[in-house]
Design a protein around this ligand. Sequence first.
Ligand SMILES: [Zn+2]
Length: 55
Amino acid sequence: MPTYEYRCGKCGRRFEKIMTFSEHERKPRPPCPKCSSRKVEQLASAFQAVTGKKT
Ligand SMILES: [Zn+2]
């Protein structure tokens, strides 16, 4: 299962969420676990980086 990395735009907290692709499509931006802000940005995950380089 892919790991998605996020960073909160309000408090700067970085956190990870493990979810399926379909879950990610339905709710791509989970709230910050620290301040509950929804102003989070998604970072490129290691999972995506690895699969992107392999053929
Ligand atoms: Zn936050």
